[in-house]
Design a protein around this ligand. Structure first.
Ligand code: URA
Length: 433
């Protein structure tokens, strides 16, 4: 086989076979296929697309390109959740103990934040002592003993995706549905998931800004899951404004802690109940969504989710003393943005707030930049709320004067007030199975 023939085949709209796709992925990871040919191939996919079987083969070839986690050594049916990324999205932290408390074990690998979106691993790092890296044996032992472990994605999981994503990033081929879908699903499959629940966001703060594109991505990923024998369900959820009221790292952990005590924001808790119920379905624990909702909600009400969270954090070396006292250290410099006029909050733009959070130090502009775990934003008001002139709308936390000054200017641009009550997009638009 020659790579040039396969590039031409895709360029002319052909369908690549399993062997051809494996030849490309293996050849690239082993260094036999150069970046320039891989770039041309990615661009051919960008324009020509792929059929479901091709995308499933690509997913599998990528999943098998490096280390894979074999969860079959443990009992239980493992279900993973993936969010396509958002602002204030702390669902993994709240949802995982709820689902684990219902008896569906969670063995999760998560990422760090980049750009305007946050990452679970950064949030967990805000808990003093919490270890985001565990040896494979320790990870499996914790899943067996506690039913829940969350670690940073290890170095050699899906190397094909790391290499291809870096190439796509500089060749204009990131926004291709077959390439995004295979990238996401290969990581879930390599991590051993038998059931997969996808939270596909749409709106200003999401990777997919329109509902139509998010739907297409969701359908593609559900199609891959079905082809590869994984129970896969996707939720399309709005990311027009941040999820919950806290954006940052320590500040989001605090919000989760309150939610575990039954005092969480309605949108965050509502989304977690829905995703949790679907995870119980994918985990074949329940057949019916109402039964699933009832079981996950009960874990919040009877304290079992909180107990599971405590066990999980302690097992990974986390010190709960500060959280037990209702706090975690937040950045020392603060400013409150108050409403200049009375009115309804028309919009708190998720992308702008995500960018503001990065400027304050809570997020990374580049892959290796340092972050300030105490920096962030607290929203006193959300879309549709009435606010009196002079009342606080949002609070900024940072550690440097220049960041506060720059952040202040962005805060003003992130909030829109007006006289009429806005029509708010429902948080969950659709479920695709
Ligand atoms: N997230 C991923 O994991 N991969 C993509 O290609 C895009 C977003």
């Amino acid at each position: 086989m020659r790579m040039v023939d396969l590039i031409e085949k895709k360029r002319d709209g052909g369908i690549l076979s399993r062997e051809e796709i494996r030849f490309i992925i293996q050849g690239y990871v082993e260094g036999q296929i150069p970046d320039y040919q891989m770039s041309a191939w990615a661009m051919a996919i960008y324009f020509r697309g792929m059929v479901t079987e091709e995308i499933a083969e690509l997913t599998l070839a990528m999943a098998e390109s490096g280390d894979e986690i074999d969860l079959s050594v443990l009992e239980g049916r493992f279900v993973d959740k993936h969010s396509t990324g958002g602002v204030g999205d702390k669902t993994t932290l709240l949802l995982s103990p709820m689902v684990a408390a219902c008896g569906v074990p969670i063995a999760k690998m998560s990422g760090r934040g980049l750009g305007h979106t946050g990452g679970t691993i950064d949030k967990l790092s805000a808990i003093p002592g919490f270890k985001v890296e565990l040896e494979r044996e320790e990870f499996l032992r914790q899943v067996k003993d506690v039913g829940l472990a969350v670690i940073a994605q290890s170095g050699n999981i899906v190397p094909a995706d790391k290499m291809l994503y870096a190439l796509r990033d500089v060749t204009g081929t990131v926004p291709s549905i077959p390439l995004i879908a295979s990238s996401v699903m290969s990581k879930k499959i390599a991590a051993g998931a038998q059931g997969i629940v996808l939270d596909v966001k749409f709106g200003s703060g999401a990777f997919m800004s329109t509902l139509e594109n998010a739907r297409e991505l969701a359908k593609t990923m559900v199609g891959i899951g079905k082809t590869l024998g994984r129970d896969t369900i996707a939720v399309l959820s709005a990311m027009e404004q941040p999820l919950g009221n806290a954006i940052g790292n320590a500040i989001e952990v605090l919000e989760v802690w309150k939610a575990l005590q039954g005092k969480g924001p309605q949108d965050l808790v509502g989304l977690c109940i829905e995703l949790g119920a679907l995870m119980l379905i994918a985990g074949r624990k329940v057949n019916d969504i109402d039964e699933g909702r009832g079981q996950v909600l009960a874990t919040l009400e009877n304290g079992q989710a909180m107990t599971k969270f405590r066990e999980f954090v302690r097992a990974q070396g986390g010190d709960l003393t500060a959280l037990e006292q209702g706090s975690l250290p937040l950045a020392p410099l603060r400013a409150t943005y108050c409403a200049p006029i009375s009115g309804y909050v028309q919009q708190i733009d998720a992308r702008k707030i995500g960018h503001l959070s990065m400027v304050l130090g809570a997020g990374r502009a580049a892959k290796n930049s340092e972050i300030d775990l105490g920096a962030g934003i607290y929203l006193h008001k959300k879309q549709g709320n009435w606010v009196e002139a002079g009342e606080p709308v949002l609070e900024l936390y940072t550690s440097a004067e220049n960041k506060l000054a720059e952040g202040w200017k962005l805060a003003e641009k992130s909030v829109l007030l007006g006289p009429d009550k806005p029509v708010c997009t429902p948080l969950i638009a659709e479920v695709i199975r």
